[in-house]
Design a protein around this ligand. Sequence first.
Ligand SMILES: Nc1nc2c(ncn2[C@@H]2O[C@H](COP(=O)(O)OP(=O)(O)OP(=O)(O)O)[C@@H](O)[C@H]2O)c(=O)[nH]1
Ligand SMILES: [Mg+2]
Length: 595
Amino acid sequence: MAAATATASSISAWFTPHAFARRKTRNPKIQKPVLPVPGGGEATTYTRLPLKHDYSAPSPLSSPEIKLSETAPPITRLLRNRKPQNIKQDDVVFEYSDSEPESDGEYEAFDFSGDENVGEGEEETPSVKEKGVPAVMRCFDRAKIYVKSGDGGNGVVAFRREKYVPMGGPSGGDGGRGGDVYVEVDGAMNSLLPFRNSVHFRAGRGGHGQGSMQSGAKGEDLVVKVPPGTVVRMSGEDNVLLEMVYPGQKGLLLPGGRGGRGNASFKSGTNKVPKIAENGEEGPEMWLELELKLVADVGIVGAPNAGKSTLLSVVSAAKPAVANYPFTTLLPNLGVVSFDYDSTMVVADLPGLLEGAHRGFGLGHEFLRHTERCSALVHVVDGSSQQPDLEFDAVRLELKLFNPELAEKPYVVAFNKMDLPEAYENWESFKEKLQSRGITPFCMSAVKREGTHEVICAAYELLRKSKEDKEEYEDGRDMVNLNHVAAAVKKQRSASISDFEIFHDSDSNIWHVVGSGLQRFIQMTNWRYIDSERRFQHVLEACGVYKSLMKLGVKEGDTVIVGEMKMIWHDSSDNPGASRMKKISTDSFKWAEWK
Ligand SMILES: Nc1nc2c(ncn2[C@@H]2O[C@H](COP(=O)(O)OP(=O)(O)OP(=O)(O)O)[C@@H](O)[C@H]2O)c(=O)[nH]1
Ligand SMILES: [Mg+2]
């Protein structure tokens, strides 16, 4: 039985036919597992400050030399100083920046996955249910949605009845094709917020065929609109299915199911009055994880309170919140820096990074992935801190641990707060230390707008160089095939019916015949018509299922399961034309173990 798992191709894991998924009924007894609450959730669409103990937990990766805690005081202490609160054991403490509107104290519970996520093609999703997440702090840069392309319409059995046309022949039309699911980049969107309330997206089903050779209408297509920079993954998988970057990009994700054939299509020389028609093919379905990564040219990184937002506010028209405590910035801010008419760059100011950010400490981890798309980084160092060089190293280390590619990106070091005497004193030693490592830092005072122009010009220069290097890649961007998922689905659908495997479960003495071509054939068979069963037997014979079963030693009375069909084997070698197997059940049989 174990060998069966090997039959599942990588593509077959991409979608589940509707019928099988439907059988996974909701069991009220099954309790939703509650996710552990680490410093940064796995699939959250909101941002929260970490729990108090996140800060006290020792970091196995930390080295005694690199300690951000020396420069950044524990947040809980800071929060207590600002606004006394009754902190209960299970409460999560949140703090607003001064400029953000208070949400009249109303703290709602928010369930990311929501009940609406459950019940369509997937077992209940573990949900993260947190109390006390104010609306202003939710960041909708992740979402989980369900998409399903339309089922094909059914074909019908009909005969032409017309005056003066005796025995008009079969005239049952084919069903229409189901609607397709597309994903399109909408330049006007800037968050995944719309997916908070609408989670399920289904394309229209194809119309059923009708008499007089009338084919059913095609189902309505569905276009899922996403903001630029959205990465689409299949739920639970790491592989990226689609990367939607440029406005207007459109990819076919799930093609609709084929319409079932009506009896007119089954007419042949030997069977002029076919009483058979097919069901429409079921459209594939998927749970998708959407993740929004900012499309910024330059990312401003650094420890909390270093002056990142101040720098952004000085070099662009953006007005991010600036205040003298860590984690003022809770969500990334974007600003456009204009040099002259046609040279601009988009700069993102990210929440501060703490030691352990790559493991979810602080807020930075939630947003570090936004820097993955940046071509260059500006690393702001708080010059007035006790050991700016250690702060610098700690943040570099966090970048590296989060994603080594981030540490490879070109960067500018901006030593900030030069107007303060402490920073002024630290500058020389900081500069020497970095220069000995081949890095030339810049010094600036963001508040006084001194030195910021040089920093931003240096960043622009890095951006320009990196764009030149990437030119070849950029040229080829239009060549990205956004339809490759649909192509893989189509390929799997066209799997040959004679491509199957047989497994014998010796404990229960059941034979399982597994193959996606066969499965599709069975799904499209409409058992209401007598001819269907005959055709089914004929197909099993023709594609070699019987032969293979006999070779493997199937005996009289054994149970054989083919797709949804549970049958009993009969040895009837004396009568080769007779059916070898008798259908005993088409009840929903769960065979998903092999998928
Ligand atoms: N003296 C002085 N203070 C500065 C300078 N730049 C920023 N600050 C102050 O430092 C504090 C923090 O500035 P922010 O810009 O909010 O720092 P940040 O890095 O964005 O902080 P987080 O968003 O919390 O990570 C504010 O009180 C600023 O006024 C500077 O050049 N000189
Ligand atoms: Mg900030």
